[in-house]
Design a protein around this ligand. Structure first.
Ligand code: GCV
Length: 756
């Protein structure tokens, strides 16, 4: 029997979603016809850029009237005092205003006798008192206020904060305002970070490799002099500060004890010195067995006095090198990492021992809840809650439990982690992944703002309705700490490497940006954040911003559709997590295999996590628990995460499971084609270099989206018995052995043979 082609077979359903879509274009290297060629670009195309400047390009404002109005206000700047941070503020003002307005400002420490001016001052300072602002802004911390004043017939724009770093944040907010285009008329702002510790976690190894990094080697060149890389570190710190990131963990959570030896501490101290003026504190990962590896102790038992002494002395040594050291991030008893359970102790015993060494110096421990034991269990996703929930309330005040956004592992979509509503007495660090380990890595264009927003907005119901993840992470329900320590934190696994453009692709920069902006204010909309980023990174033209914003906002749902729709998870091929591998089976542990997660059989698809299955659904609070447990009410987006569903079962959409699945895969591929066409239409407005890079990556993504669809539907068809014919047969797809290079994953076997 000749099986119908999926695109013909799906014609009706696809039309429900829009029949006026352009035909998908051919992947590079394929012989299929492409759509009509784009018109020849005019000569006046913007000059090529390499992406190094990120969103800090500060190109001159195009609108003359607006630029002149802003210049009148900002040409004279008043900022008194001397410190490395204030120098950084001045340098950034010169660079940004010089770029945006065309002329760098005159910066003095006294308000001149006449003329409009920008005044920056610390809350309570004599400068602000002279302007009648004594007492204004108390309690801002690192937050800031922007106020417009009229004094003696002159217009003043005043930026104030309690801290120097707050003045830097206020300056970056002002530049954002200018980039956005509404001008300074009526500008006033008040903003305080809603989460205190906003950290990047680098999974960088001492040998220069980066775990799950796709943007080159580590920027921390442990074997080289820091001075050689100081410019890059300074620019990294500027980028972090511009979006409010105030800490960075230099080393991988799969830790190497050597990172805590004198040679590396000296280096970390030199890096800390470059980052410090920008308010970015350095943290390190601690390997739990360091007392054995570095000091030759017989064990790392957290209750052994020699171990306690080792850590106390080690921490004191670290603070001699780095007086404002932030603390440790620890992965313990997970994926082979040592931990307190090796000695019959629990996570609280281990974390508190380290916390007590850090407490006298003001440091914190971020103890990760991503535990993944070597013995497996009834359901991998249950383990963290089962181990940590009983320990709630047993951690010292300077311990955070660091929880990934979902219970599995940074999938394109998964439900929130039940621990986010399951440890009401413990400060939690929400861990998001900026590097796209499971979302197409460097080449696929996926804007993560909507994913972060979805997580932050999800209600845990832990303290009744309205207990969103954002409110939990902001500490809204946390009992106050006796010692008034910082108790709110968020971390993003960095996507930064030594590639010239920092993140391996121009659009991956947006995810670094979105993480920082949402960490500062989880209430921001991912759409607005995208618009900010586009204007600063590409072009301020409103039509351009709208088109790119649309494309970015489509992209997350697209990757869910073409990789793992309807709550499927972990269908990536073994090891590299790049292409599809639903057939992966037979690896040593059941939960290393894709088949463990999809549970496809003749009767249907999906993992039963209800009471009659693994029971993981019981880890959620009511009414989430009931919602997820009910196959008729669970959001379709999470259906197969919680239920095993028959192939012919009719879903809330009115379609059968098979039809819905096929429709979503097809929709994902088609959305990428639309994104590709939309980008091509913008060619004339973007420099050739960056345009070309994005265009090539979109071509790869389009071909690989089809690869995912064909692999997953082709494979599931062997269980469902439904007709499916992809562009390539299942056997051919199963035999592909790519990517060969995990750091720059490419599969020319899929997208054609053009070099990338
Ligand atoms: C740093 C997943 C990743 C690992 C990572 C681990 C973790 O398993 O694939 O590379 O290890 O998560 O978050 O600890």
């Amino acid at each position: 029997m000749v099986r119908p082609r999926l695109d013909l077979w799906l014609g009706l359903a696809v039309c429900v979603l829009g029949c006026d879509q352009p035909a998908p274009k051919a992947a590079p290297g394929s012989s299929a016809p492409a759509s009509a060629p784009a018109p020849e670009p005019p000569l006046a195309r913007p000059p090529d850029e390499d992406g190094y400047e990120l969103w800090l390009r500060y190109r001159k404002l195009e609108d003359d009237a607006q630029r002149q109005a802003a210049s009148a206000q900002l040409t004279t700047v008043v900022l008194s005092g001397a410190s490395p941070t204030l120098d950084a503020v001045r340098a950034e003002l010169r660079r940004a205003l010089g770029g945006l307005l065309g002329t760098p400002p005159r910066i003095g420490s006294e308000l001149p006798a006449e003329g409009d001016a920008l005044v920056l001052g610390r809350v309570g300072s004599p400068e602000l008192a002279r302007l009648g602002l004594a007492g204004v802004g108390v309690g801002l911390g690192d937050g800031y206020l922007a106020r417009r004043l009229e004094r003696d017939g002159r217009k003043l724009l005043v930026l104030m904060s309690e801290t120097e770093i707050g003045l830097l944040y206020a300056s970056f907010a002002l530049f954002r305002r200018l980039e956005q285009g509404p001008g300074l008329e009526g500008y006033s702002a008040e903003s305080k970070p809603r989460i205190e510790l906003r950290l990047l976690n680098h999974w960088d190894n001492l040998d220069g490799s980066v775990e799950r990094g796709y943007a080159g080697r580590s920027i921390w060149k442990w074997d080289e002099d820091v001075a050689l890389h100081a410019k890059r570190y300074r620019d990294y710190a500027r980028a972090c500060a511009s979006i409010g990131i105030n800490g960075t963990v230099l080393t991988n959570v799969n830790a190497n004890a050597t990172a805590l030896s004198a040679r590396y501490l000296e280096k970390a101290a030199a890096i800390a010195q470059v980052l410090r003026p920008y308010g970015v504190r350095v943290y390190l990962t601690a390997r739990f067995s360091a007392p054995v590896e570095l000091a030759g102790l017989p064990s790392a038992d957290p209750k052994a006095p020699a171990v306690v002494t080792f850590w106390r002395e080690k921490v004191a040594e670290i603070y001699r090198y780095i007086p404002d050291f932030g603390g440790f991030v620890v992965k313990a008893n997970s994926e082979g990492q040592p931990g307190p359970q090796d000695y019959g102790r629990n996570h609280a015993d281990g974390a508190n021992m380290l916390a007590r060494a850090l407490a006298p110096h003001g440091g914190t421990v971020m103890w990760r809840a991503f535990v993944y034991s070597p013995t497996g269990g009834i359901d991998r996703i249950r383990q963290a809650y089962d181990e940590f929930h009983p320990l709630d309330g047993r951690f010292d005040e300077n311990v955070f439990v660091q929880v990934k956004n979902g219970p599995l592992d940074f999938q394109p979509r998964e439900p929130i982690h039940p621990l986010l509503g399951g440890m009401p007495k413990t400060p939690l660090t929400l861990e998001l992944q900026i590097t796209k380990e499971y979302l197409g890595q460097d080449t696929h264009l996926v804007y993560l703002g909507p994913l972060f927003e979805e997580v932050l907005d999800q209600d845990t119901f832990a303290s009744g309705p309205g207990s969103t993840v954002a409110r939990v992470v902001e500490g809204a329900f946390l009992p106050p700490g006796a010692r008034g320590l910082k108790r709110t934190a968020i971390a993003g696994v960095a996507n930064v490497g030594d590639d010239r453009d920092w993140t391996g692709s121009p659009f991956n920069q947006a995810n670094w940006y979105a993480f920082g902006r949402l960490a500062w204010d989880p209430g921001l909309s991912a759409a607005d954040v995208a618009a900010e980023w586009i204007a600063a990174t590409w072009s301020r033209d409103p039509d351009f911003v709208r088109s790119v914003q649309k494309l970015m906002l489509q992209s997350r749902e697209a990757v869910v559709d073409y990789m793992t729709p309807l709550g499927l998870a972990h269908q990536m091929a073994e090891g590299h997590h790049y292409g599809p591998g639903p057939w992966v089976d037979g690896l040593a542990r059941p939960d290393w295999n894709s088949v463990y997660y999809h549970r496809a059989d003749r009767s249907g698809l999906g993992f039963d996590r209800t009471k009659s299955g693994s029971g993981a659904v019981l880890q959620y609070h009511p009414p989430l628990r009931e919602l997820y447990a009910d196959p008729a009410r669970v959001p379709l987006e999470l259906l197969l995460f919680f239920h095993h569903v028959g192939w012919d079962q009719e879903l809330a959409s009115g379609r059968t499971l098979w039809d819905e699945l096929a429709l979503r895969y097809e929709r994902g591929v088609r959305t990428v084609s639309e994104m590709r066409s939309a980008w091509d239409r913008l060619e004339l407005q973007v420099d050739r270099a960056r345009f070309g890079r994005v265009a090539e990556f979109l071509a790869i993504q389009e071909a690989e989206a089809g690869w995912w669809r064909d692999a997953l539907l082709g494979y599931f068809a062997t269980f469902s018995g439904k007709p499916f014919t992809g562009s390539r047969g299942l056997e051919e797809l199963r035999s592909l052995r790519c990517p060969k290079d995990r750091d720059k994953p490419r599969c020319p076997e899929v997208y054609g043979d053009r070099p990338h």
